[in-house]
Write a protein that binds this ligand. Structure first.
Ligand code: FES
Length: 164
């Protein structure tokens, strides 16, 4: 599977007719890689460096500069806890702690089954309803830590249905 995807990437690079400079080409290839794999795996980064004749450090430099790119597989459900002032004052830290405890991962990590990832975000724009938490596109307001197990269970159920 991974080698098939690498082949797709290699073919893309081979057929690529860049209009701009090397920097622009690298950006385009990184975008394509993220689309193919869902993230930027190390093997793909090696291929890019070799085929474009760009130092590996430069490829990683660009990949880590832009938030759009991810060097780790992304979780199917990305959880964002708000670290804006209103949410912080309203108990946002307790939400984050409970999430870490329930999922046994830290901020920026993904659960081993690839289901959940924990992230921190700035103000989500609904401070009056703080503390706020987001899971993919869903927003949860006036959060309390006790709601977390139920919310996680909802996504586990959803995931199970999808994979049937
Ligand atoms: S501070 Fe959290 S939504 Fe604004």
């Amino acid at each position: 599977m991974a080698s098939e995807k690498l082949k797709v990437l290699e073919d893309f690079i081979k057929d690529d007719k860049p209009i701009g400079d090397k920097q622009g080409q690298l950006m385009g290839v990184l975008h394509k890689t993220q689309t193919i794999f869902g993230y930027l795996p190390a093997e793909a980064m090696d291929v890019i460096s070799e085929k474009l004749d760009v130092p590996s450090a430069h490829v990683y430099g660009m990949a880590t500069f832009y938030n759009y790119f991810s060097l780790k597989p992304r979780a199917r459900f990305q959880i964002f806890t708000c670290k804006g002032t209103a949410c912080y004052v309203g108990g946002g830290a307790r939400i984050l702690e409970r999430l870490k405890q329930e999922l046994k991962i830290g901020v920026g990590d993904t659960t081993p089954d690839g289901m959940f990832g924990i992230n921190i975000t700035r103000c989500l724009g609904c401070c009056g309803l703080s503390p706020v938490m987001q899971v993919n596109e869903d927003i949860y307001v006036r959060m309390v830590p006790e709601k977390i197990p139920l919310i996680l269970a909802k996504y586990r159920k959803m995931d199970k249905k999808k994979r049937r």
